[in-house]
Design a protein around this ligand. Structure first.
Ligand code: FAD
Length: 307
């Protein structure tokens, strides 16, 4: 029987592990199929406090993991494939095996939706990003492309005009899902150029390990051309990794966990941490802070239960 099982090894899960391990709870961390979480996809992180020169994303999460391990946290590979949270102890199926636990911290993140082009996947962290707050600063004076037609695409495009010389907004349809206010704001921004009914066919240049441009196709005219850009931001939404808890942990319509205050979910003893609940801030530091909160709540819950 475990005291705490932490699902996910990103900033939130690893930070929860540091706190839970230092509270002598010997947490088990299930790494998931993306060990290290989203930061393992990126290169330089310049906005995590404490690193004046910045730090590589994979190094940052690996350091937090080492810190947790030094206090006794245990990591297992694989993912939670099934969960039974309606009775105590909770039961989690980690790959093929069921594990029992008194508390659970869900830190399974929200994966960015990508276009799915092989060239895009190869260039993530090398000009391709899904986070303007994180990476906009690297594109001062540059030409930037944003993909999407919803509120987050408008927000990212507007934000990126603080840095970029020009922002091209690519959307496959003529109509936009974005709210009128967000759309009007983007339309009123002279640095944003709208390219509707347009899709991205390919990103250049994988051989240089750097974004230098994108091949576009206009769906109405059939015109195909290469557009030079330095940064490529995909803003077509995120998928919270909560499918495995469906019908048990309360989520909103998009699958984000609904918080009951602090780090609490609708199930006493099951806590949330990081992007799996946060559709607003989605930063490494907020995820780490949420991991801390979840571990403290788990510790207090266990104490109140007499463990
Ligand atoms: C390209 C890119 C660049 C970024 N740059 C920055 C930056 O510069 N600064 C910044 O502050 N933020 C940045 N971010 C955002 C930051 O990475 C996220 O906010 C942060 O990683 C969220 O942490 P998390 O632990 O909540 O989730 P994640 O990092 O998404 O981790 C989720 C973890 O859960 C695991 N998991 C999922 N499902 C299961 C399951 N069923 N069983 C077990 N495990 C599971 C995954 O394998 C993963 O380990 C960037 C994001 C991206 C994509």
């Amino acid at each position: 029987m475990r005291n705490v099982v932490i699902i996910g090894s990103g900033c939130a899960g690893n930070t929860a592990a540091v706190y839970a391990a230092r509270a002598n709870l010997k947490p088990l961390v299930v790494s998931g199929h993306e060990a290290g979480g989203q930061l393992s996809l990126t290169t330089l992180v310049e906005n995590f406090p404490g690193f004046p020169e910045g730090i590589n994303g994979p190094d940052l999460v690996e350091n937090i993991k080492k810190q947790a391990e030094s206090f006794g946290a245990e990591y297992v590979h694989g993912a939670v494939l099934d969960a039974e949270l309606s009775a105590r102890p909770f039961r989690l199926k980690i790959e093929g095996e069921w594990t029992e636990t008194r508390t659970v911290i869900v830190a399974s993140g929200a994966s960015a939706r990508w276009l799915g082009l092989p060239s895009e996947q190869r260039l993530i962290g090398h000009g391709v990003s899904s986070c303007a707050t994180c990476d906009g600063f690297f594109y001062r004076g540059k030409r930037i492309m944003v993909i999407g037609g919803g509120d987050s695409a408008m927000e990212e495009a507007n934000f990126l005009t603080r840095f970029g010389q020009e922002v091209l907004l690519i959307h496959r349809r003529d109509e936009f899902r974005a709210s009128k206010i967000m759309l009007d704001r983007a339309r009123g921004n002279s640095k944003i150029q709208f390219l509707p009914s347009t899709v991205v066919e390919e990103l250049h240049d994988v051989s240089k390990n750097l974004v230098t441009g994108a091949r576009l196709r206009n769906l109405k005219t059939g015109r195909v051309w290469d557009e030079p850009v330095d940064g490529f931001f995909v803003a077509i939404g995120h998928i919270p990794n909560t499918a495995v808890f469906k019908g048990q942990i309360q989520t909103d319509a998009d699958g984000y966990i609904i918080s009951q205050g602090g780090a609490r979910t609708n199930i006493p003893g099951v806590f949330h941490a990081g992007d799996v609940q946060d559709r607003v801030y989605r930063q490494a530091i907020t995820a780490a802070g949420a991991g801390c909160m979840a571990a403290i709540e788990a510790e207090r819950y266990l104490e109140a239960e007499g463990h």
